[in-house]
Design a binder for this molecule. Structure first.
Ligand code: FAD
Length: 396
């Protein structure tokens, strides 16, 4: 039987997939279909606030049916493989779909296997993460009830979406401990795999100063090799050697990986760690020109983030029809952003390009300095911009 065929088939109805589908429709594309298994849609940036006790899961959840743009054919299913030579995708439900152009945006997944013991630790009351909706509320239960002992915060640099936001729960919790009078009894350790806390030197400096103000002990360039949930210890490795660290509470921004079917379908390449091998400028697959990727699954040589999608979505929406008629393709400049709280009422923005050069949206005022207005914008205004503009394809 011939599978149903769509002019553009989008895989994944998260931030990237819904925004792109809406943008394509706005541009006049007559036939856009979407494959997305989940009945619910999450605005992920608020998960950090849930883990920091400043938002609830309800604040960030909508029915998927309410965000799929009218006019897009939604298949509630999962892609299990792509055959780019036949222009067909295979679905978990057993069906197949054919496409003219294929856009991959299934995001990335927590890579539990990367750190032995981490999954088991996160199943206890003493360890958690904001990176999964089922864990984020437990993170705040754990952090807010800690009144003494050691809290360890770990931020990996292995494909973590918008990794500096992994620091938000630390600062929200530290400020809570200060205001409840227990900060002096809680030892805070921050273990970071990379060399910086954010993508620019200025933002890194500001965050180090804020951490210092709470008495945080910082280790950069340090990898967690394994977790022992029974002993509540972490095995650390850095250039200085190995160390064991005990924790009373453990918060992690864990390593992520691409869905396995990307590599199994031959859409990765050597050196992409299983992520989709697109040209970071045009977001077009390097060997299959009718395949595109954006968002957390794409190799774009910059830190993945929702903010980056504001620039990527218009590029892909332009390039798909442009490629068909041989018109010039647009380029994504690598812009990305990380909004990081430094307390329960202040936040800074680290905005930069692929090379780590600052790329502020507005030149004045200085958004790298922590501000109350930025906190209010990130916590209360950005979610409205997301639901009412970004997911409706209103980006240019
Ligand atoms: C805790 C947290 C905090 C964050 N904070 C910020 C922030 O403050 N600012 C910022 O700019 N960014 C932030 N981000 C990053 C931002 O949320 C992501 O970069 C963005 O959501 C990526 O969009 P995406 O569509 O690529 O992936 P996702 O939004 O993860 O969506 C992927 C979709 O694909 C679907 N899918 C998966 N597999 C399949 C399959 N096989 N077939 C079909 N569909 C599939 C999933 O169900 C999901 O709906 C944060 C992320 C997290 C997790």
């Amino acid at each position: 039987m011939t599978p149903p065929r769509h002019r553009v088939l989008v895989v994944g109805g998260g931030n990237a997939g819904i925004s792109l589908a809406a943008k394509l429709l706005r541009g006049g594309c007559p036939d856009v279909a979407l494959v997305e298994p989940s009945p619910t849609h999450h605005y992920q940036p608020l998960l950090s606030y849930v883990a920091g006790g400043a938002a609830t899961i309800d604040d960030l959840t909508r029915a998927q049916a309410d965000v799929v743009p009218a006019g897009v054919r939604w298949y509630q299913d999962s892609v299990t493989a792509v055959d780019p030579d036949a222009s067909v995708v295979h679905l978990a439900g057993g069906g197949e779909l054919a496409y003219g152009d294929l856009v991959l945006c299934p995001g990335s997944q927590v890579d539990w296997d990367a750190v032995p013991g981490l999954r088991e630790a996160c199943a206890t009351l003493h360890a958690s993460t904001s990176y999964l909706p089922e864990h984020a509320p437990e993170a705040w239960d754990m952090l807010s009830t800690l009144t003494s002992g050691r809290a360890v915060f770990v931020v990996s640099d292995r494909h973590v979406p918008c990794s500096p936001v992994g620091l938000k729960p630390l600062f929200l919790a530290a400020d809570h401990w200060r205001s409840t009078g227990v900060l002096g009894d809680v030892a805070i350790d921050l273990v970071v795999e990379g060399s910086r806390l954010a993508g620019t030197a200025r933002a890194d400096q500001e965050l180090r100063a804020a951490a210092d103000d709470y008495g945080v002990r910082l280790r950069t360039g340090t990898v967690v090799e394994r977790v022992d949930p029974a002993a509540r210890t972490l095995q650390l490795r850095s250039a200085d050697g190995t160390a064991t660290l005990r924790y009373g509470a453990l918060f992690v921004a864990p390593p992520h990986r691409a869905p396995g079917w990307v590599a199994a379908s031959g859409l990765d390449a050597e050196g992409t760690d299983g992520f989709v091998d697109v040209d970071p400028l045009t977001l077009q697959h390097r060997t299959h020109p009718r395949v595109w990727a954006l968002g957390d699954v794409a190799t774009v040589d910059t830190s993945p983030s929702g903010g980056a999608l504001r620039k990527q979505v218009p590029v892909v929406a332009h390039n798909i029809p442009a490629h068909l008629v041989g018109a010039p393709l647009r380029h994504y400049d690598g812009y990305t952003v990380a909004p990081v709280t430094t307390s329960r009422h202040q936040l800074l923005l680290a905005e930069h390009d692929r090379e780590g050069h600052a790329e502020p949206t507005i030149p004045f005022p200085d958004l790298v300095r922590p501000r109350r207005s930025l906190y209010l914008f990130d916590r209360y205004v950005e979610p409205q911009v997301y639901w009412h503009r970004l997911l409706r394809g209103k980006v240019s």
